[in-house]
Design a protein. Sequence first.
Length: 107
Amino acid sequence: MPDLDRGQAFYTELFGWEFAPGPTATGMEVKTPGTPAGMHGGDPAARLYVFFGVDDLDAAIARVVQLGGEIQDVDLDGDAAAVAKLGRFKLCRDDQGAQFGLHQPPS
């Protein structure tokens, strides 16, 4: 999202979303019931990602690779305090190149 503030305004008006600071300095967590979502700023090529909740992120990562998908080398976990509050995240691509994310809630 090139302009994070503008993106927040758009999705607040469209869906009534509320936002909170996210796991990265330029990120925002979207406060939606039942569907983890987020946005980050300063990236003109950014897009919305769907994150699927998993109980065990490491096992899910292994399964993605086993099925022919890819794990993107992007650290979304932030620092230990962010992980404790928000959980762990990983961006992936399926076996056809479509991007999605995995999210393991905090324990």
